[in-house]
Design a protein around this ligand. Sequence first.
Ligand code: ADP
Length: 277
Amino acid sequence: PPRPAPVLEVAGLARSFGAVRAVAGVSFQVRQGDVVSLIGPNGSGKTTTLNLLGGLLTPDSGEIRLHGRRIERLPAERRAELGIARTFQNGRVFASLPVADNVQVGQYAKLRRTRPFPRLRHLPVLRWIPLLAELLLALVPPPAVRREQSEAAARTEAQLARFGTRLLPRADHRAHTLSYANRRRTEIARALALEPTLLLLDEPTAGMNQTETAEVLEQLLALKAEGQTTVLVEHKIDLVLAVSDRVIVMDEGQVIAAGTPAEVRDDERVVEAYLGR
Ligand code: ADP
């Protein structure tokens, strides 16, 4: 069978901060349904790469294509509308919102992809019309909108249920009352609520103990079985080797090796630069 088309194509990506070449000409592809992991020592450019993919940063040079479409100059919210979702290293949630609302927020960008009202940004007066229409809909929801709201609630519940009993019984708890691990799970659930074309995960197991890390591995394997295309930045090499289709090894802003887990595990430069043995 033919190989699936790449969802993501990165070519010659570069970004400096002053004299620091954080990302210095990185190229790779991610195919439909693949989990691709970025590994490498601290400061090797992994998070900067994720920031460039998600739109928190724009590159100095290089191209990023999502399903063939150039996106490297688009702002983060446009990329979210195109289906790129991400999580952050320290678990960013809305502290005063309940868990369920935190997750439901993730559906917003997805709804915008299919929203009934046209974007009228270029006409300053008319741009208020969709907003007013939405306000009216919020005040007096017609049956179709009420149906959509209950479907949204059901989707939120399904995302929470991915984490067993960790989040579901806490759906109404404000996020600031959660444990660290549960805040991170909430953030992942929110990213998944976008039903992302491409999921970007920045160290989902950072600060987690062994049991929690093993749970994350299970959840990543479940997502992979569902065909979720994912770019993962992760330090825990055992998890990386267990879940990845391809591993990209970075050092000083460059890709020094790339391949299947079996290939990179035996690469001398990887052993030297990353595994430290
Ligand atoms: P990693 O995620 O692999 O640890 P980063 O992408 O965070 O690496 O960092 C790569 C390099 O870029 C490091 O030298 C880091 O200090 C630098 N860097 C990252 N972000 C910034 C920034 N906003 N301002 C200045 N330097 C930065």
